[in-house]
Write a protein that binds this ligand. Structure first.
Ligand code: ZN
Length: 307
């Protein structure tokens, strides 16, 4: 069930070939809205007039006009559908080191304001308040982001140093989902609050020997601290979380110029969104555009399935 998920194009060029014009995008939106074919939301009739160049489908029986963009971020904007689709593709897939400006050029956007509006609207879909806590076994560690180690050309720095704590699910030798949060300091209360907010009780929590994590056992976590005296080997005891920090820093370094502290959490959320959907880019793309929720229970089903 749900929105159809065809193979996801591997490159922007392939993607743009598939969604080359408004008609191709509209056809795709129609299949997202009606995976089993058109149904009038008012009367349940299965045939509509196809008006060329329009986003509305008028029902052949009752005349009800249904928009293929209603309920999505695409509704009533002046930005063209191919541009929306391309921007969502780039945000969903993440080309390492691509800056906002490069994205803008790839999409052929000439106005900075247009690119900014697009990204802001797409970012709104990235934070889901109902996300499930991390399960079973996680690695947790904190790291400085910014400061001199993330120097930009010309000696400026990306941002003042900020402390970020990360939790990553252990899935065999691989990583599951991630959570990232800016914390005021590495104190016990700050780190404990983070774990409680993002990790399910009863889970195994792997950390280094930092005393800030000491109270986790009392909070029904199975805490597994490990001390590594040689900092160079620290990543061996928490390899997944160190890989996440490495990827995060590379992305921030290559992508963003002058991330203020007030925006850092937003960038962490964007990284998290993409990381947690890295194996399902089509689903990420659909979530960004608001298509994933289109095919919920329709008024038709509500009307006719009650007996
Ligand atoms: Zn109808």
């Amino acid at each position: 069930m749900g929105v159809p998920r065809p193979d996801f194009p591997k490159t922007l060029a392939q993607f743009q070939a598939r969604f080359r014009d408004d008609a191709a995008c509209r056809a795709y939106l129609a299949t997202c809205r009606w995976p089993d074919g058109y149904r009038c939301p008012r009367c349940g009739h299965a045939a509509a007039f196809e008006l060329t160049g329009r986003r509305l489908w008028p029902c052949k029986a009752c005349g009800q006009q249904t928009s293929v963009t209603a309920g999505t971020v695409l509704h009533r904007t002046r930005i063209t559908l191919p541009l929306w689709f391309g921007a969502a593709y780039l945000v969903a897939t993440h080309t390492p080191g691509m800056s906002g400006l490069q994205r803008q050029r790839q999409l052929g956007i000439t106005r900075y304001e247009t690119a900014w509006v697009l990204l802001q609207k797409l970012r709104r879909a990235m934070v889901r308040p109902d996300r499930e806590p991390l399960q079973a076994e996680v690695e947790v560690d904190e790291s400085d982001i910014g400061g001199p180690e993330v120097g930009l050309r010309g000696g400026r720095q990306l941002l003042d140093k900020a402390l970020v704590v990360a939790a990553v699910e252990v899935r065999g030798r691989a990583s599951g989902r991630v959570r990232l949060q800016v914390v005021p300091n590495a104190s016990g209360p700050a780190l404990t609050r983070f774990v409680q907010a993002h990790v399910a009780p009863g889970a195994i929590v792997r950390t280094d020997g930092w005393p800030g994590y000491a109270s986790l056992t009392a909070l029904s976590y199975r805490h597994r601290p490990r001390t590594q005296r040689h900092p160079a080997r620290a990543e061996r005891i928490l390899p997944r979380v160190h890989r996440v920090f490495g990827n995060l820093k590379t992305w921030l370094r290559g992508t963003h110029h002058g991330v203020g502290h007030q925006h850092l959490q937003g960038y962490l959320d964007e990284f998290t969104f993409r990381f947690n959907r890295r194996r399902t880019p089509m689903a990420a793309f659909q979530t960004l555009l608001g298509l994933a929720t289109l095919h919920g229970p329709t008024p038709y089903h509500r009307l006719y399935r009650s007996e």
